[in-house]
Design a protein around this ligand. Structure first.
Ligand code: HEC
Length: 130
């Protein structure tokens, strides 16, 4: 009896730790996202406050923007065909692995493997899209 109660207590404590860890791991941090952006994206994109293209299209207002809808003449055929809205879910998939989500994209970037960095980056793009 006692053994079972202790076991249940341990399971409960562990599950609460996992919930707490999840919460910690997935709290979005736009300030960290800006750092990630400056480290990994600015070789090809201006920061999202800039309404102009660089190697890649401007990311001005990219959150909730339709894919391949900025006046940028170099979109790939693959990106033009994509036909979606850039939101939490689509940016998450794209930034994880551009080439897997959009085979043939001209964004020659392997992707961001750390989930927390992707989330922070998306928070930053979102905060700069209003
Ligand atoms: C090596 C250059 C390069 C890097 C690095 C790069 N991009 Fe791109 N990005 C591009 C190009 C080029 C395109 C256009 C892709 C196409 O048309 O297939 C693009 C397209 C995009 C789009 C789609 C925009 C639209 O108008 O539909 C998003 C969103 C995006 N990039 C975000 C990012 C973010 C965030 C980072 C940093 C993690 C990043 N990119 C890093 C070159 C780059």
């Amino acid at each position: 009896m006692l053994g079972r109660a202790v076991f249940a207590g341990v399971v409960l404590a562990l599950s609460q730790m996992i919930v707490a860890f999840d919460h910690y791991a997935y709290a979005q941090d736009a300030a960290n996202g800006e750092k990630v952006f400056k480290r990994t994206c600015t070789s090809c994109h201006y920061t999202p406050d800039a309404d102009k293209n660089w190697v890649g299209p401007s990311l001005h207002g990219v959150f909730n923007r339709h894919s391949a809808s900025y006046p940028y003449l170099a979109y790939s055929g693959a990106m033009k065909k994509l036909d979606l809205i850039w939101n939490d879910e689509s940016l998450e998939r794209f930034l994880k692995s551009p080439e897997i989500m959009v085979p043939g994209t001209k964004m020659t970037f392997t992707g961001i493997s750390a989930p927390k960095e992707r989330l922070d980056l998306i928070a930053y793009l979102k905060a700069n899209s209003q």
